[in-house]
Design a protein around this ligand. Sequence first.
Ligand code: ACM
Length: 384
Amino acid sequence: MAEGEWKIGILFSRTGVTAGAETSELNAALLAIEEINSSGGVLGRNLRAIDYDPGCSPPKFQEYAIRLLKEDKVRIVFGCYMSSERKVVLPQIEAFRGLLFYPTFYEGFEYSSRCFYGGAAANQNAVALAKYLIEKFGTRFLLVGSNYVFPREYNRVISELVELSGGQVVDEIYVPVEATARDFEKIIRSIKNHVPDVIVSTVVGLGSEQLFESFHSAGLDARKTPIASLTMTEAEVAKVLPEVVAGHLTSASFFENLDRPEARRFVAAFKERFGAGAPITSSAEAVYCQVHLFAKALALAGDDDPELIAKHLRGMEFEAPQGRIRIDPDNHHTELWSRIARINEAGQFEIVWQSENRIRPDVYFVTSSGDGWHAPEPQSNCNV
Ligand code: ACM
């Protein structure tokens, strides 16, 4: 570590298929670093970010992770949006004995003592979302996603929840991560053939914008068959016309127009720094919190040794823009708030449901959790 400053690595893409969402995360990380430095740094030393643009390419994520850990001698890294990015960075973090802060909502079913997960695992949004969709729209689901680990695992969870409630997944379709307009034709055909009650989309980035455009230009009606999508965030919504997204739904811990003093303060600081039109996603809010949590742990540890930092982070709480959050000491995920929003005619997210309390990260769906949805009883003949 250079004398007089704490170096931290940052890996979010400014270019590529999910650049919109990743740039929002990058901006939030930089904002938190600037806030910490302008109030004196940590133990009198500033944080210094070393960041690379991996262009949403998992091999580039891996290459830059190695560069950060090996050549830049960084021990702490914030980064990754797509789970395919995290899956190639984490083994390097483990090999070099570093620490990764991953802020994006994801599929769950993972744990590393060298990772802190700041976004929602599937149990923290899929459970409430599936319940809401079944109650409001019906039980015939059509699932679409980009072809990689997060959409496939997330859809597996949604399918199980739909089947538990006696519903049916009428079709499940994947498009390439770098999808083109033609890839969405088969999705539109399937929607027209099956006439589902609701569509759940985990298509990411530019593909998500294209999916909503295709749905709209095919004359399909969001009031009859809404698309519920975690991946149609403020970053993607900002790039399409309001009528393309009006009536559709999403689930997140944080929305830009959340009416809490901490949220208003965070949003005002972000817009002042990056411009009124710069979108703020729930993953951006998560990395903003993670940088502040890291700084608190660093002040307690007095050293950026990853194991010491991890020890101080376990159980730590933070008054986040979304509400007070807590790092689960057992699985390194975060107790988060869960919200569902509908996009209005002006392209704004209107919250239609929120959890009464923080939701614990039940990463492996070991216990029943969520808003009243219960896992099936263990089978009596189950001998594992
Ligand atoms: C994601 O791949 N976790 C969005």
